[in-house]
Design a protein around this ligand. Structure first.
Ligand code: ZN
Length: 282
């Protein structure tokens, strides 16, 4: 049996190359590049999740973990992909304004991002966007393009835990090199808006959070390094989201949401860290 294992250095080279290559148009034809089955994707995601748990510190404030799980669960339940189990975890790092997802339903959000959201709707917008990537199966699609089908299958079937460790560090989390194409980002936003509506959130919370990130990208880009590398902040994302808002955005719940969000997330985090988050003005 012909057996080969691509050395890690070659995978790393492929990653660097990939990040320089502009992405092709995929449209909304889901699963076009997906030769990986859902079971394989979930298996791969589970293994990556083990590595993420080793490489990051998770927030020990269980009430906030629970709150994010509930918020994300509400969105996942109304998403277009309910054949997998979703897992939502808060990473304890207030310097990073970031969120990311693994293949197979694992989503992570940093405390730095939780502190920058003004209400539950804005957090929901971020989670809905990541669920959009998962629903459209962008992860396995990009990984297939990046690594090639045979290496990806090797990874799924392989017994070498080092491959997962290295790839988890390179593809996900702080380095965040699993870049999605502009079209993938726009599709995740479109799906995210649908899920926000279905779950009863104001869809304009996505616009407000995207605008916030755009202004942060100018004022304090260092905090957004990994987010910007995985989520290109093209103004076209704001434009698209604005264009998709209709006049019936629902009742203005933002005041109640903001109050609830402050007492459930922001104040407990301030207590946990012993100081308020740094302001944009610094
Ligand atoms: Zn994205």
């Amino acid at each position: 049996m012909f057996k080969t294992r691509m050395p890690i250095t070659r995978i790393a080279c492929a990653l660097v190359l990939f990040s320089l290559v502009s992405c092709t148009t995929i449209g909304i034809n889901r699963g076009q590049f997906n030769l990986i089955s859902t079971a394989e994707e979930v298996e791969m995601g589970n293994r990556f999740a083990e590595e993420i748990a080793k490489q990051h510190r998770f927030l020990e404030v269980q009430s906030i973990q629970q709150y994010v799980r509930e918020t994300g669960g509400r969105l996942a339940a109304v998403s277009d992909r309910t054949d997998i189990e979703y897992h939502f975890t808060v990473i304890d790092d207030r310097e990073q304004v970031n969120a990311f997802a693994l293949p197979g339903g694992w989503l992570y959000v940093y405390t730095g991002l939780l502190e920058r959201a003004d209400n539950e709707g804005e957090l929901a917008a971020v989670l809905a966007h990541e669920i959009g990537h998962i629903a459209a199966r962008h992860h396995t699609e990009q990984m297939t393009k990046l690594l090639g089908y045979s290496l990806l299958v090797q990874l799924v079937l392989g017994e070498d835990p080092n491959q997962y460790a290295v790839l988890a560090a390179q593809l996900f989390g702080t380095l965040g090199q699993l870049k999605f194409s502009r079209d993938d980002e726009l599709e995740a936003d479109r799906l995210g808006l649908v899920y926000l509506r279905r779950a009863g959130y104001r869809p304009d919370s996505m616009v407000s959070f995207l605008e916030k990130l755009q202004s942060m990208a100018r004022s304090e880009p260092s905090r957004l390094t990994s987010f910007l590398s995985t989520h290109p902040m093209a103004p076209v994302r704001v434009e698209q989201a604005r264009g998709l808002l209709d006049s019936s955005t629902g009742p203005d719940m933002s005041v109640q949401e903001a109050e609830r969000y402050r007492t459930t997330v922001v104040e407990p985090l301030e207590k946990y860290y012993g100081s308020p988050p740094k302001s944009d003005a610094g």
